[in-house]
Unconditional design. Structure first.
Length: 446
């Protein structure tokens, strides 16, 4: 309020009453602003929820945009309403006019003295006249009731507007409480994964072997649906959509097998208003053996040459004490290569500079061995070759006399041909014929 000359000041009683009216007017207008902006918020929320219901907004970004827009509209309405209310209650002349309208006998005396007090110069009004009008205005001070002066018409209209918006939304919510609750949560938490139908227990595979198949499966919970959609996004082409029909006793499980996967891809499942995040699937080649050799070196005493196999044999027999040399070369680099023996025993091998993995042993007993490889993603070689090594003990030689094959009588000076046969599973190094003298005069020594 502007300062004025002392002779044109509002009486204290009138000023105090105007301040009381201002407080009441601010309180009513603030309530009106809150109710009005709340009605706008409910209306905007209802529109956003309806759009989310009909269009099924899967994108959190779009839900966030709509939620922020609704909050922005209601917030702007509240700010503008409060600014307008503050501007209207800050002017004493406007408050005095409201008092005059509520109390006709005043005959606009409060408006008159208020307006004159705000003028910088009042040369056209005699101070005595102002004092007279001010005195008459002060006499009506006890009759001025702020509760009556301040109109509540705007507050009632705001309340009716709020009710007209809230009641239809409440009625629709009661028709489908579960879905309405989900939509309400999706409005206030647009970035959260909230849906009436939930897609859970989705099968995942970080890496699939090239050319092999992969089964996608998921469990559906919540509001039942008649169909689900599998969206596949290959790395080298556009998105593909496949319609899936729920199966199982409760019609709550969907499955689909991708066959012959050759390139990386991503996939997601949608059912009702629920969807999964994108699941990335990488493709890698299973480890393969380029070469596998075996060298069997018999014991030195056998004087046999080593036996070499260019491929890992399924079964090989060797003398106990033979030296076995296994060598493996993967087609591509692998994370690890292990020899799998019987009873779960594993032997890890390290690659040499030439990328060969070698293992040597001296044969003591029979065993089976199979090379198992694993690449960096964890894929292993399918159907690894199996080699069975049979340890063969060195048996003693066998000697058999061929002739003479029965007892015979000869003269002392006769020549008797003796032939015999010596056999061994390895070789016969030497053979000796031992003769015993069993004559009466002999000493029976060889």
């Amino acid at each position: 309020m502007k300062s004025s000359a002392p002779e044109f000041r509002i009486p204290i009683a009138v000023a105090d009453k105007l301040e009381t009216v201002r407080t009441e007017a601010w309180r009513i207008r603030l309530r009106t602003a809150l109710l009005g902006s709340l009605g706008v918020l409910l209306g905007a929320m209802g529109v956003v929820m309806a759009v989310d219901w009909w269009a099924t907004l899967f994108s959190p970004a779009w839900r966030s945009v709509l939620t922020l827009s609704a909050l922005g509209v209601s917030g702007s309405t509240l700010v503008l309403w409060i600014l307008s209310a503050k501007r209207s209650v800050s002017r004493a002349a406007s408050l005095a006019a409201e008092v005059d309208r509520s109390l006709p006998p005043l005959e606009e005396r409060w408006s008159t003295i208020t307006q004159l007090s705000e003028l910088e110069t009042n040369s056209n009004v005699h101070p005595a006249m102002f004092r007279q009008v001010a005195q008459e205005a002060s006499e009506f001070t006890p009759q001025v009731d702020p509760q009556i002066v301040v109109t509540r018409k705007g507050l009632r209209w705001a309340g009716w507007g709020l009710a007209s918006v809230a009641l239809p939304i409440l009625g629709l919510a009661l028709c489908d409480l579960q879905r309405s609750t989900v939509l309400f949560k999706r409005f206030w938490l647009p970035l959260a994964n909230i849906s009436a139908t939930k897609v859970q227990d989705v099968s995942t595979a970080a890496v699939v072997a090239r050319g092999e198949s992969f089964e996608i499966a998921a469990q559906l919970k919540g509001v039942p649906v008649d169909e689900a959609t599998l969206i596949i996004r290959p790395a080298d082409s556009g998105e593909q959509s496949i319609t899936l029909v729920p199966r199982g006793e409760r019609q709550d499980r969907v499955t689909h097998r991708l066959r012959g996967i050759k390139e990386p891809l991503a996939y997601r499942l949608r059912a009702g208003d629920g969807q999964t995040a994108w699941q990335e699937v990488a493709v890698a080649d299973r480890p393969e053996l380029a070469m596998a050799t075996l060298t069997v070196t018999p014991p030195d005493y056998t004087e046999r040459d080593p036996e070499k196999f260019d491929k890992l044999p399924r079964r090989v027999s060797a003398l106990v004490g033979s030296k076995l040399q296994f060598a493996f070369k993967p087609r591509r680099d692998v994370a690890k290569l292990q020899l799998d023996f019987s009873e779960g025993k594993l032997q890890s091998l390290s690659a040499a500079e030439d990328r060969w993995y070698r293992w040597e042993t001296t044969l003591a007993e029979s065993f089976k061995v199979s090379p198992k490889m694993q690449e960096e993603h964890g894929l292993t070689n399918l159907r690894p070759p199996l080699c069975e090594v049979q340890a063969r003990p060195d048996k003693p030689p066998v000697v058999r006399i061929l002739t003479p094959n029965q007892e015979m009588v000869v003269r002392p000076d006769d020549k008797v041909p003796v032939t015999f046969e010596a056999k061994d599973d390895v070789r016969v190094g030497s053979a000796e014929l031992v003769i015993f003298d069993e004559s009466p005069t002999g000493n029976r020594e060889p």
